[in-house]
Design a protein around this ligand. Structure first.
Ligand code: MN
Length: 235
């Protein structure tokens, strides 16, 4: 009985520690003040040599100088240009666009899709995404990480106006406009700066390019296919 309780206590402690560690490393840290409006430059006269220092987040504007505009972004009613090759485009409202997001662990973006436009497979390395469809019909999905049985499981759903899907942090996901009209979605994130890694661009369009032998072997295709893709996505 006694040994059992000790074991339970140890299991609970390990579980709590694991939870604390995951909370500490997986998401933006909690703020310790009301707000910390982001500024890119620390402009103190005696620190002129440190004008551009990157920290985990951004420097805070002096609270005395903070204005309502620092928490404000308008123009999200305006559709982004979807005439590019993908037929979709995002308007991010991350900390760089809305400095009041700094330290608050939240942000959003608007995604516009022309008919058959695609938001191609991508990852947000620092944020969970909650996508709500405002207009149109999207085929949305995400793929799990490598599972013990070697599978990468796909979850997909057709979404109409008012439907929501959640994309877990760090997983590859996408949307395709399968309707005949434009589509609009809003994506919210639990990070002020979730980041975006577009898979095709990162793999085939890196600068400098990844050695084609690496990709030929990795994708198990002819080398000229890799060279074609690198030409497509290269600068
Ligand atoms: Mn996304």
């Amino acid at each position: 009985m006694m040994e059992g309780s000790v074991l339970m206590y140890q299991v609970a402690t390990v579980a709590l520690l694991a939870l604390a560690c995951s909370l500490a490393s997986a998401y933006d840290p909690s703020p310790l003040q009301d707000f910390c409006v982001a500024i890119d430059k620390y402009d103190s006269a005696d620190m002129n040599t440190f004008l551009l220092v990157f920290v985990n987040g951004k420097f805070c504007k002096d609270p005395k100088d903070v204005k309502a505009e620092d928490f404000f972004f308008s123009r999200l009613n305006v559709a982004a240009d979807t005439s590019g090759r993908l037929g979709s485009n995002s308007t991010a409202v991350f900390v760089d666009q809305l400095p009041g997001h700094n330290t608050l662990g939240i942000s959003l973006s608007r995604v516009d899709y022309a008919p058959y436009g695609v938001n191609p497979p991508h990852i947000h390395p620092r944020g969970i995404e909650l996508l709500i469809v405002l207009e149109g019909t999207l085929l949305a999905g995400f793929v799990t990480s490598n599972q013990a049985d070697g599978e990468n499981r796909l979850f997909t759903k057709v979404l109409n106006a008012g439907d929501i899907i959640v994309f877990p942090i760090g997983l590859i996901h996408f949307q395709l406009n399968i309707g005949k009209s434009n589509a609009i979605a809003l994506a919210s994130f639990n990070s002020q700066n979730p980041g975006v890694i577009t898979i095709a661009n990162a793999v085939f369009g890196s600068e400098p390019p990844i050695n084609p032998d690496v990709l030929t072997k990795a994708f198990q295709v002819d080398k000229n296919i890799i060279e074609y893709l690198q030409k497509q996505f290269g600068k």
